[in-house]
Every structure is written in structure tokens, then in C-alpha cells.
Design a binder for this molecule. Structure first.
Ligand SMILES: [Zn+2]
Length: 528
């Protein structure tokens, strides 16, 4: 069993901070009432510079200089983040269900006049631009930004503005002729964004078939709900955005709610549309390299849309007033090769901390055997491997995470064996990732899939560590790289235990873990 509950002062809770567009890895903090205290050393991840003067901390943030008092939490010098955000003009809000603080850039001004966009905030925002054809539209996303009651907003009639995600404002410009010159490089984050989207080149003539492509405002949807469009015929599936790390697809079916999705394989996404009977022609092709093929099948009153992805990808599926949105996320995997990557392998427990124990088998010993076999397999394939322990010694959870962070590891893999408190009812393997971390989730999917092929015990799937502890597992929360925690089986279940102590299990599962990592990287095919 994993015993990771961190001890903190009674009234604080561990919190995650998502800072504007810098949302890849949340920063850890401590929630006290409505305030969020963040360790001084973590502030650089917001692009802030910091110097300490005893109990005072001088900060340069978003072009402002401020001085704040500090307090100690978990042995770390921390500053009150929301007080700092107030002073620099940033906004922040707690998510209602988790201790996550979202920091955003409130827009002071948002204008589009004659296809020239200007946006302004006290805090830097990150713009990105994409072109869509049929009909010709330009989509500008302002990542990190929120529209508030105070936003001075003035846009021309061909522009739609929406708060597309909690921290992203989306503008859609309809152009009747020509296309703007696309920026050749990414536009740098700034608190003063100016983009010229005037058409400079002609596009081929096109025929507009109908108004069906018009996205709808929530008011439109209320009106339309009584006369919903037909739910049969060809599925209105299009590519809305194509970027280097994400592809956005949409199914224009206003009124469809809570689409279900599952990933039977890291490279396959199935989206179920309730009370929809639609299909796609057999030669249908989506204009994106992210999807190799897409098909539909009927399931009772519903339609299941099956996407074969070009590689293992993360997926998010949600409904908005225009229909169903599907975001496919490609991880940044460098050159995509395991050789040369740094992997920290962390056999759980050790020394006086034996972990779970049953039938004369100790978790700490099995964890070490598995850690060594995984490490040997990684090294044989050219990875640089660092083990947090190679012998039966005790190591704190923070020391394990520190080894991975200090060595700037590319991946973190922790090996554990599960146990239930009472009778031996549960059997099977679970791969955990830290809650909210999409890249780690995808890595977990790839590894769990390979383990399930060889382990000969049940596949309990991929779990967020938030299902076990509200703040997740300490080692996954504190490590800064994609990471997984393997619970390879239940030590108190006789069948799992008998299987786990075999050399066949140990060697084949170790090889499967490495194979899963290679599949994630694009360095191996899952059916190879
Ligand atoms: Zn454990």
C-alpha cells in the first residue's frame, strides 16, 4: 500500500497553482483559508524573480516590484500569492472541487477593428492564431486571459468572442475574402497583444452550402432546443484547430450533452453520442495528421465515433453550445527515442518501512526486484537510469522526488505492490498518474496497456492519484517530469502474490513497462 499522506500544519492543505498560460505543470502551494502560500523557490516558474531579505521577500512580477512578508510551511519559506496577485492586477479563483488556484489575466481591453486585434492586461497572455477554411475563419486564442465585467470590449460584426475555457478567450473572425498572412513563428506572450489579421492573399473561390457552420450563442441554443436539428445523416465532424501539440475537432450538434468517451488503447479514442444516429462515408478523411482514420457504429440509440490516432495521444472531450469538442494532445517527446533519456526508477519503501506484507512476501523486496529489472531493461535500450535506492534502505518521499528533479529526469517510475486492509477480495494491476497531469496520464495508459498483455492478473486500469488522496501521491506531486506509480498487484491476494513472485511475471512485466514508455515516445508500436 502506498502511504504518502504528507503531514502539514493542521489548518493548511496542499494546493496546486495553475498560473495563466503556464499550465503544463501546476506549482505546489499551501492553502490557508482563501490565501495560497507558495514556496519562494517555486515563483520562478511564473516568470517572477525573487530575492529574500530575512522574513521579507522582494519580488519582480509582470513588470511590478513588490515586497511581501513570508511564512514557513512544510519547512519552506512561502509568500501569500493572492496578496501578490492583487497588487499586480492579476485575477485568481479557487476551483470549487479541488484545492487548485487558477491565476488568470483579466482583460482590460479587447478590440477588433478592421481585422486588427488588440488585447491588453496587467498580466502577460499568450496568443495563438489558426486558420480554418470552409468557411474561412481565423481563430485567435488568448491563453491565460479572462473576460471580466470590467473588460472594455469592442469588436466588429464579423467577430465572435467567447470565454472558451476558464483561462482562454477565443475570438473567431469570419473573413469574406482572402486570408491573412500567418505569423511564421509563435507570437511571444505579452501584456499588450497586437495582431494584424487583415487578408493579404486570395483563397480559391468556395461555395457556402448553408448556415449550419455558424456556431451558436447560448441564447440561440435555448431557442433551438425545442426544434433540435435532425440526429441522423452524415456526422458533422470537422477539424477546428491544428497546432504543434494539440488538435481540436468538433462535432456540430447543438444540444448534445455529456458525451462519453473511452480509450480502449492509447491510440484509439471512442466517443459515444447519446440519442444520435449518424454515420460517416467509408472514404471519409479528416484533414489532420493526428487522426489516421475515423469510423462510426451504432450502439442502440447512440452513435460511437471511433478515432484511430496517429500515435498515443491524450484526449479531452466536452460539450459546449455548438456541440461536442474533442481535443487531442500530443506529448512533447523530444526526438522520440528512449536512448539518451534520463529515467529515475523508484522502488517504493525500504529499510524500516517494509510496505505491505503477506504470506511471507514483503512489498519492499518485490519493489526492489521490479525496480532493478526495469532499470536493467531501460539501460539495455540506451536510457540513462538512476535508481532512488538499490539496496534495502529507507528514503523519504521528498528525497525520492528530489533525486528526480535534481537530475532533471525525463521520466519517473515508482514501483509498488498493493494491499487491501481486510480480506483478499481485490486482484489486479493499477497504474497511477498525478491528478490533472495529461502527459503523465497518457504515459500511464501506454504502460498499463503493455503490462496488461503479459501480467496474467486482472487489469484495473489507469487511475488518478486524486482517487486515493485529495492532493495525490507525494512522489508524483513533487516530481516535475511525467511520472507513474505502478501498483503491480495485491500482495494479500493469493493468486496475485503467487504470480508476482515468479521470474516470468517479473521479467515480462519489467519488459512491458519499458515497452510502454517506448510506445509513449513513439519509439515502438504497441502491436510490434
Ligand atoms: Zn507501497
Amino acid at each position: 500500500m502506498v502511504l504518502t499522506a504528507a503531514a502539514h500544519a493542521v489548518q493548511t492543505r496542499v494546493a496546486d497553482v495553475i498560473y495563466t498560460y503556464r499550465d503544463a505543470v501546476p506549482q505546489r502551494g499551501f492553502r490557508l483559508g482563501d490565501e495560497c502560500f507558495v514556496p519562494v523557490e517555486g515563483l520562478s516558474s511564473f516568470g517572477w524573480s525573487v530575492s529574500e531579505r530575512g522574513d521579507l521577500v522582494d519580488i519582480k512580477a509582470e513588470g511590478n516590484r513588490l515586497t511581501l512578508p513570508s511564512r514557513y510551511f512544510g519547512g519552506q519559506q512561502c509568500v501569500p500569492l493572492r496578496r501578490a496577485l492583487d497588487q499586480i492586477g492579476a485575477g485568481s479563483s479557487w476551483l470549487t472541487t479541488t484545492d487548485t488556484l487558477e491565476v488568470y489575466a483579466p482583460l482590460r481591453e479587447l478590440r477588433v477593428r478592421n481585422n486588427r486585434l488588440s488585447a491588453n492586461s496587467a498580466v502577460a497572455i499568450k496568443p495563438s492564431v489558426a486558420l480554418l477554411t470552409n468557411p474561412t475563419r481565423v481563430i485567435v486564442d488568448l491563453a491565460g486571459a479572462r473576460i471580466t465585467r470590467r473588460t472594455d470590449q469592442a469588436v466588429d460584426g464579423n467577430v465572435r468572442v467567447s470565454q472558451w475555457k476558464p483561462n482562454t478567450v477565443r475570438l473567431v473572425l469570419e473573413l469574406d475574402r482572402g486570408l491573412p498572412e500567418m505569423p511564421r513563428t509563435a507570437i511571444e506572450p505579452s501584456n499588450d497583444v497586437e495582431i494584424d489579421l487583415s487578408p493579404t492573399r486570395q483563397e480559391p473561390p468556395r461555395i457556402r452550402i448553408s448556415n449550419e457552420d455558424e456556431p451558436l450563442s447560448p441564447q440561440d441554443v435555448q431557442d433551438i432546443n425545442s426544434t433540435l436539428p435532425p440526429r441522423s445523416g452524415q456526422l458533422p465532424l470537422t477539424v477546428d484547430l491544428e497546432g504543434p501539440t494539440a488538435t481540436l475537432l468538433s462535432i456540430r450538434l447543438p444540444g448534445v450533452t455529456s458525451p462519453q468517451f473511452r480509450k480502449p488503447d492509447p491510440s484509439v479514442l471512442e466517443v459515444t453520442l447519446s440519442k444520435v444516429q449518424m454515420s460517416l462515408p467509408s472514404d471519409f478523411q479528416l484533414a489532420t495528421e493526428a487522426v489516421t482514420s475515423v469510423s462510426t457504429r451504432l450502439s442502440g440509440e447512440d452513435t460511437v465515433v471511433v478515432f484511430q490516432l496517429a500515435r498515443p495521444m491524450g484526449a479531452e472531450v466536452w460539450a459546449d453550445p455548438t456541440g461536442v469538442q474533442i481535443q487531442l494532445l500530443r506529448p512533447n517527446v523530444g526526438n522520440g527515442r528512449l536512448a539518451g533519456k534520463v529515467v529515475v526508477v523508484d522502488p517504493g519503501h525500504g529499510g524500516h518501512d517494509g510496505g505491505a506484507k503477506s504470506g511471507g512476501v514483503r512489498e519492499k523486496d518485490l519493489n526492489l526486484i521490479m525496480g532493478k529489472l526495469i532499470s536493467a531493461e531501460l539501460a539495455a535500450q540506451g536510457a540513462t537510469v538512476i535508481m532512488t535506492r538499490k539496496t534495502d534502505v529507507f528514503l523519504s518521499l521528498s528525497a525520492r522526488a528530489a533525486i528526480a528533479n535534481k537530475n532533471k529526469a525525463d521520466f519517473f517510475i515508482s514501483t509498488h505492490i498493493n494491499s487491501t486492509g481486510g480480506a483478499a477480495k481485490t486482484s489486479g494491476t493499477i497504474t497511477f498518474h498525478h491528478k490533472g497531469q495529461k502527459t503523465s496520464r497518457l504515459l500511464a495508459e501506454c504502460i498499463q496497456r503493455e503490462i496488461a498483455k503479459v501480467n496474467q492478473i486482472p487489469n484495473l486500469g489507469v487511475w488518478s492519484d486524486g482517487r486515493i488522496y485529495q492532493s495525490g501521491f507525494a512522489v508524483l506531486r513533487a516530481t516535475k517530469m511525467p511520472g507513474v506509480l505502478l501498483e503491480l498487484g495485491f500482495i494479500n491476494h493469493p493468486r496475485d502474490r503467487a504470480r508476482m513472485i515468479t521470474a516470468d511475471f517479473q521479467h515480462s512485466v519489467a519488459a512491458a513497462v519499458v515497452k510502454g514508455l517506448r510506445v509513449f515516445l513513439g519509439d515502438a508500436e504497441t502491436n510490434e
